[in-house]
Each structure stands twice: as C-alpha cells, then as structure tokens.
Design a protein around this ligand. Structure first.
Ligand code: NAP
Length: 313
C-alpha cells in the first residue's frame, strides 16, 4: 500500500477462514504485491463460493490441507475458539520453513490452542490487527482496512527472528504499524480498549431493547451519536465476540469489576448531587480523548469524520 514496497516477503499466502480480516488481507496484499499467490479455505461451501465470486484468492480449495500445500505463510483467520482445531488439521501439511500466524483478538488462549500442533521447522508468530468493522464475511473486506492501524505480534520466546521480520514486512506492506508485546499484556490491554467496551455496548443496546415502550419510536428516531455508536458496535459478529469473552475471561472480568466500581462512584455522585465530582471526572476523561487524537489514533472531526454510512469505506 505504500507504493514503495520492497520485494514480497512471502510468495504464497494461505488464508484459513475467508471473512472480514482474511479478505481484507488478500485485497491489501494484492494492492502491494499482485504477484503473491493467495489460496483460501473456509468451512462452509457457501462462503467458499462467495469468496470465488469476489475473487480475492487465486484459488479457493475444498479443504484446509489443500489450501496450505506449498504456502510459505499460513494465516489462521477463524474465530478464536476454532483456532486449535484448524491448527491440528493443517499441521501435518505445513511446508518446512513456513511461517504460521493468526489474527485472533485474544492471544494467550490462541497460543495455548495452536502452539502444541506446530511442527518442527515451522515458525508460529501470533498476531492481532487492531482494525475491524461490525461487518463480517468474504464480501466485507477492503484493501485499506489496516491502513495506519496497529498490528500487534506476540511471538513466544525463542521464535525465529527472521520469521518475525518477514511477517512484519508483510504487515507494513498492508499499511499497518507493528508492535510486539507479551501475550498476557496484550490480553489485558485489549480487555480495556476493546473487549469490555464491546460488552458495555451490547449491554446498553440490550437495556434500550428492554424499554419496549420507547424502542420503536424514540430510541431509534432520536438516537444521538452515542447510542448509534453503541448499536453499531453491538452489531458485531456474535460468534467472534462469544469466543473473545470465553477465552479472555480473566482479563475481561478484572476490567469489568473495575468498571462496575467506577459506575457505582458516578451513580453515587449523581444521587448525592455532587456536581464537582462529576465535573472533575468528565474533565479527566476529556483529556484522555485529547491524548488519543494527539497520538494520531483518531480524528477530532465531528462524527469521527465518518460522513454518511455509505461513504465509510
Ligand atoms: P468473519 O468475517 O466472521 O470470518 C470468519 C471466517 O472463519 C469465515 O470465513 C468462516 O467460514 C471461517 N470459519 C469459522 N470456523 C471455521 C473452521 N472451523 N474452519 C474453517 N473456517 C472457519 O470473522 P473475522 O472478523 O474475519 O474474524 C476472524 C478472526 O479475526 C477472529 O479470530 C477475530 O477474533 C479476529 N479479528 C476480528 C476483528 C474484527 O473486528 N472483525 C478484528 C481483529 C481481529 P464460514 O463463513 O464458512 O463459517
């Protein structure tokens, strides 16, 4: 995507799972290195057929082992709970010298599920692109999804540095920035920045839904940007998010506990009419938002610069 990319770090990329992340990777890799061969496999015949129609793979195969045959990079892009089973299925078919990665939103559980299956001579470099939308499936991908976003790598100690360097080059070629991190630290950070906020959004939309008497009219008609953003987040893929909470259990429960305590503090301030405490709290959170914008992680434009929904990509 950079326009000045170096030689492709891999010649044959196999994508297992053909949803939002895998299809976006295929589009992004092709935009930078059209010569890279991309093969893919997904569980259902319907998804495989759609992927063939969209045409982001050179070949969509009828089995996972066929897709990985001869690949020098294999990407596991299935829900976190499916990673172990897929790894077991493809392990005997991985070429010596190949690099195996995944894009799962949780890292410790994926490493525990996948690492035992990785054969000698294959380097496993777990990863997680911090980029996504509420859409899923093979039609939802687009080449710029990873542009200027972080892609975290969590290689276990002793991972071949050359494998990490090659994957880093690929990720940079797709427009993302790379950082390496301990898996446990990754899971805690993501519990704060992504997993718990998603749970809160799911809850808030659930609460609004329970107010049946207003749901049909006021809640939707007058939904301000805040609630609309909750509904967008709460439209995210149920399977993916079920697996995130089941596998990042400890960290999410830790952050949720802290969240509940803070909520009680604010609830009490409201009940006691403590305007000073509310004002101080909101002043602190406003400064955090400013910090995010200054760090280049978001835009200060109204509505996050999104524009109308159909202009968002
Ligand atoms: P998605 O659009 O729902 O796609 C998931 C794909 O995995 C589908 O092609 C599905 O095939 C396939 N699949 C599911 N189980 C499988 C199995 N046992 N064997 C083979 N294929 C299987 O999901 P996604 O958003 O791309 O997410 C993929 C991974 O990326 C997840 O681990 C998620 O945590 C991570 N991630 C997601 C986001 C995000 O915002 N979406 C961001 C960063 C990371 P069928 O359609 O045939 O079921």
């Amino acid at each position: 995507m950079s326009g000045e990319a170096e030689a492709a770090p891999f010649r044959h990329v196999a994508l297992i799972g053909l949803g939002l992340i895998a299809s976006s990777m295929a589009h992004a890799i092709r935009a930078t290195w059209p010569e890279v061969r991309i093969t893919g496999y997904a569980r259902s015949a319907e998804t495989r057929e759609t992927a063939r129609e969209v045409g982001f793979c050179n070949a969509v195969t009828e089995s996972a082992p066929e897709a990985v045959a001869g690949a020098d990079l294999i990407v596991l892009a299935v829900p976190v709970g499916a990673m172990g089973g897929v790894a077991a299925e493809i392990a005997p078919h991985l070429a010596p010298g190949a690099v195996l990665t995944d894009v799962g939103s949780v890292k410790q559980a994926v490493i525990e599920a996948v690492a035992p299956h990785v054969p000698e001579g294959v380097a496993f470099v777990p990863g997680h692109p911090l980029a996504g939308t509420e859409h899923s499936g093979p039609r939802s991908g687009f080449a710029t999804l990873f542009q200027n976003r972080w892609w975290l790598l969590t290689p276990p100690e002793g991972t071949d540095p050359e494998a990490v360097a090659r994957l880093t080059a690929l990720v940079r070629g797709m427009g993302a920035n790379v950082e390496t991190m301990e898996p446990a630290h990754h899971d805690l950070v993501l519990a704060v920045t992504s997993h718990t906020p998603h749970l809160i959004a799911y809850t808030m939309v659930g609460v609004a839904d329970h107010l049946r008497r207003v749901t049909d009219e006021e809640v939707i008609k007058y939904s301000a940007a805040g609630f609309r953003d909750f509904t967008r987040i709460a439209a995210s893929d149920p399977t993916m998010w079920r697996d995130v909470f089941l596998t990042n259990r400890e960290a999410t429960l830790d952050i949720l506990g802290r969240f509940t305590e803070e909520l009680f503090v604010l609830q009490r301030a409201i009940r006691m009419g403590d305007g000073q405490q509310l004002h101080d709290y909101f002043t602190r959170t406003r400064a955090i938002r400013r910090g995010i914008i200054e760090a280049g992680q978001d835009t200060a434009a109204p509505d996050f610069g999104r524009g109308a929904p159909d202009q968002r990509r």
